[in-house]
Design a protein around this ligand. Structure first.
Ligand code: ASP
Length: 438
């Protein structure tokens, strides 16, 4: 029999109806053996996630704020228990949690209780074994999973259990003290991936509230199409440029094992969703797989006569950025110009030091600064095989009278990056989307 891990996000577990729906999903497929829940998320737009309530309660500055928030958290779980008509009391657990809050066991401990309680509750409802993540997942002080410590223990545990719930988002610190340590926010995705790897599963299902990874940002494009299949490399390009679906550390454990991730929608479980794979012969539905982008970049244009014959010029310029701990995004260049594109927010405080550094390092004729650039990445493995993609992008932008300030195509032919003024960003994304997606 094949095995699947299913990770459910907070909105898929926000109330008893949602939990009932995911129980139906789990029970409808016997291959869904390992379940990784998040904490209950928002039930409606203005609602607060349980994780945020836990942080709030832990950091409360007075008793009445603590009690009010703690009662709110208790009520969230009690509503779920009542809605599902469970014969379960979490009173004892809440007493322990309250005592540990008083002992100041740490913010990570506090935040992790959302997943812990949800995991217990779900295991009870499904009749699955509950595996406390603190016993099987180990995390270093920087929030990275400790492979050497985790893998032998977790794989052994999963090999000896048929059906189990393992709460997401946390584990123990890898120093043997059993201190609770959490991943960064959204970290249940990482747990799902670690469980998938160690459970030697065939598929990692990541259940959320959209039917997959969208070709473009729905805040810009109304009802964008869903990407059917995407490779890890394409995903990385799009995520780097701001498209968010998965926690960025959730990819590498499964990628190494060749386990695909399927993004699925709990509100529409029969939709195929998006399949994320290492490589694929599936012909992409469109030449481009996705579009993503960000505003807020600055350009530092350095000009110097005969720059091209000065060996080491580029290295000396980049050394200045490195000395100020600033990474650059792109470096388009001409024979006598070199432009360094950086994130404006990161650059702004170091600006004058960097300019002085460049003057000292390469004695330029001039430096021109602009801070009005948006970058758009048009990503797709299908580009390699088809001619005219760049022409179509440029044409689409020209038709809308949008001036292109920068172009960068990586030699892997996986993406084309376009720079436009911030004010044209949305229009440019729309023009490119309409050109490629019918
Ligand atoms: N509950 C945690 C958060 O809100 C982790 C997660 O949902 O993945 O960030």
């Amino acid at each position: 029999m094949n095995t699947k891990v299913c990770k459910f996000g907070g909105t898929s577990m926000a109330n008893s109806d949602n939990i009932n729906a995911i129980a139906n999903i789990i029970e409808s497929d016997k291959e869904r053996r390992f379940v990784v829940p998040s904490a209950p998320g928002k039930r409606f737009k203005e609602d607060t996630k349980v994780t945020d309530l836990l942080y709030k309660a832990y950091n409360a500055t007075n008793k009445s704020e603590f009690h009010a928030t703690f009662e709110e958290i208790k009520a969230r779980y009690q509503d779920i228990i009542d809605g599902l008509k469970l014969d379960l009391s979490l009173d004892n657990e809440f007493q322990i949690i309250q005592d540990n809050f008083e002992k100041k066991l740490g913010e990570d401990y506090a935040a992790s209780r959302g997943e812990y309680l949800n995991g217990m509750l779900l295991a009870h409802y499904l009749g699955f074994e509950f595996i406390d993540a603190k016993d099987v997942i180990f995390i270093d002080e920087h929030g990275n999973y400790d492979i050497e410590m985790t893998d032998p223990i977790l794989s052994e545990k999963l090999a000896n259990v048929e059906y189990a719930v393992i709460p997401g988002f946390y584990g123990s610190l890898n120093d043997g003290t059993q201190t609770i340590k959490a991943f960064s926010r959204g970290g249940s995705d990482v747990t799902g991936s670690i469980v998938a790897k160690n459970g030697k599963v065939d598929l990692y299902e990541n259940w959320t509230d959209v039917s997959g990874f969208l070709i473009a940002d729905p805040r810009i494009i109304k009802n964008p199409a869903v990407i059917q299949t995407i490779t890890y490399k394409e995903l990385r390009e799009l995520s780097y440029m701001g498209a968010s679906v998965l926690h960025e550390n959730s990819v590498f454990p499964v990628r190494k094992e060749g386990i695909p991730i399927n993004i699925k929608n709990t509100n529409s479980p029969t939709d195929p969703g998006t399949l994320i794979v290492e490589r694929s012969c599936h012909k992409p539905a469109h030449v481009i797989t996705g579009i993503a982008g960000k505003k807020g970049f600055a350009t530092v244009m350095i000009e110097k006569d005969m720059m091209n014959s000065e060996i080491g010029f580029g290295r000396r310029v980049l050394q200045v950025f490195e000395d100020h701990q600033l990474s650059f995004e792109h470096i388009p260049s001409g024979i006598d110009t070199m432009t360094v594109i950086v994130n404006t927010d990161e650059f702004i405080d170091k600006e004058q030091d960097i300019l002085a550094g460049i003057h000292r390092a390469v004695q330029p004729d001039s430096i021109v600064l602009e801070s009005d650039l948006a970058l758009i990445a048009v990503v797709g493995r299908g580009m390699k095989a088809s001619r005219g993609t760049a022409a179509r992008i440029f044409n689409a932008l020209a038709q809308k009278n949008i001036n292109i300030k920068m172009i960068d195509q990586g030699s892997s032919e996986l993406n084309i990056i376009i720079g436009v003024r911030n004010c044209y960003f949305n229009q440019a994304v729309k023009a490119i989307y309409n050109e490629f997606i019918d």
